[in-house]
Design a protein around this ligand. Structure first.
Ligand code: ADP
Ligand code: MG
Length: 364
């Protein structure tokens, strides 16, 4: 049944002069769902949003929003049907205050001047106060928007989008260029909004995706490559291949070992920069012969560290004691800088099953 589906996309193809930016794509999501869409550059993510908002027309296939075919409906009408889009760069009035920006959208009939000079009704005032709280800018209502940090501007724009009460929110790369703290704030805001909205988020930042993701769709070459929760996605060989399968200097055995290291370093849910450094240094020291190779290997390995992997099985596939000792040494260095990884370490020691002497040696 499509009753509960807010969005259904059937056999969608978008052909730009012979190039298929979207290729026979099928997709659907339920009302109330928060869906994250990821995919390498050029996968078709932005085009996907462009078709939903009516900016680009399908060459073939159709987009159904609440059961209604959006073909040939102009962009502004689609927006009125209840699809709101947040672009990558904030589109707010920098010379108005935060509150004035929200006032503008809370009462669509007013223009900019009226917002500045007319008193707002009590109802609207309450609305705006609620929005300010939602986006965490209660104390900044009277601040001119140009003085907000980049992250606060993003949150303000999300607030302005919400003020239009869309049924479906489309959010394109909301945390590009944000600090870690701001990224987390935006993540929490989207999670809060997801309680009462249907939301599609497009994002590159894997750590952010991990923070907010429930159901993830991976796009590749204009089609859906796979769908699932974060665990399923990260362990799907197809995903690993399209994300990381470019030609690299990394051998399969090195990759196996790197996945174990990544899993240990991620076991507290966060990969600290020091941990990444330890891993890359150890691998380049062991596997590269000169400075140039070292740099290349670090570069190639880095991409793999943004994913976490199921690792227990991999430990049993290590080929000899030298590899096992290397893993243990590495893991020990990680727990020395970060006690939080302690959960995984004892498990690793047990799985490696090295002679007690060697373990003691490493730990002193
Ligand atoms: P993503 O957002 O996943 O990086 P896009 O949807 O922007 O991908 O682009 C998908 C592919 O379609 C890219 O190869 C891009 O160059 C191409 N493309 C996008 N828009 C156009 C256009 N208007 N004309 C021609 N090619 C386009
Ligand atoms: Mg894009």
């Amino acid at each position: 049944m499509t009753d509960n589906k807010i969005l259904v996309i059937e056999d969608l193809t978008v052909n730009f002069d012979g190039f298929k930016a979207l290729n026979n794509l099928n997709f659907s999501m339920n009302t109330g769902e928060l869906r994250v869409i990821i995919g390498p550059n050029g996968a078709g993510k932005t085009t996907f949003l462009d078709v939903i908002t009516g900016k680009v027309q399908p060459t073939e296939g159709r987009v159904l929003f609440k059961g209604k075919n959006l073909r040939n409906i102009p962009e502004y009408k689609i927006a009125r049907f209840g699809i709101g889009r947040k672009f990558q760069t904030p589109r707010i009035y920098l010379n108005l205050t935060v509150r004035e920006n929200l006032d503008l959208v809370c009462n669509r009939n007013k223009n900019v001047l009226e917002t500045l000079f007319k008193k707002t009704s009590e109802n609207e005032a309450r609305n705006v106060a609620g929005l300010l709280a939602t986006i965490g800018l209660e104390t900044k209502g009277n601040l001119q928007a140009s003085f907000l940090s980049h992250g606060e501007k993003q949150r303000l724009e999300i607030g302005m989008l919400v003020a239009q009460s869309p049924d479906l929110l489309l959010v394109d790369e909301p945390v590009a260029g944000l600090t870690d703290e701001e990224t987390e704030n935006v993540g929490n805001l989207l999670l809060a909004l997801a309680e009462s909205h249907s939301i599609i988020v497009i994002e590159h930042d894997m750590e952010f995706v991990r923070q907010i993701a429930r159901q993830v769709t991976v796009l590749h070459q204009g089609s859906v490559l796979c769908e699932g929760n974060m665990d399923q996605i990260q362990n799907d060989p197809k995903v690993i291949e399209v994300y990381l399968g470019q030609e690299t200097s990394v051998t399969p055995q090195q990759l196996k070992m790197l996945k174990i290291a990544a899993a240990i370093a991620w076991s507290d849910g966060y990969l600290a920069p020091e941990e990444e450094q330890i891993i890359l240094d150890n691998f380049s020291k062991r596997f590269a012969n000169n400075e140039e190779q070292k740099e290349q290997l670090k570069e190639d390995l880095k991409g793999y560290l943004s994913l976490t992997y199921s690792w227990e099985e991999l430990v049993t596939e290590l080929e000899n004691d030298s590899e096992k000792e290397f893993m243990l040494q590495l893991a020990y260095q990680i727990i020395k800088v970060n006690q939080e990884e302690n959960k995984a370490y004892p498990k690793l020691v047990k799985l490696l099953n090295l002679p007690e002497e060697i373990v003691k040696n490493i730990e002193t």
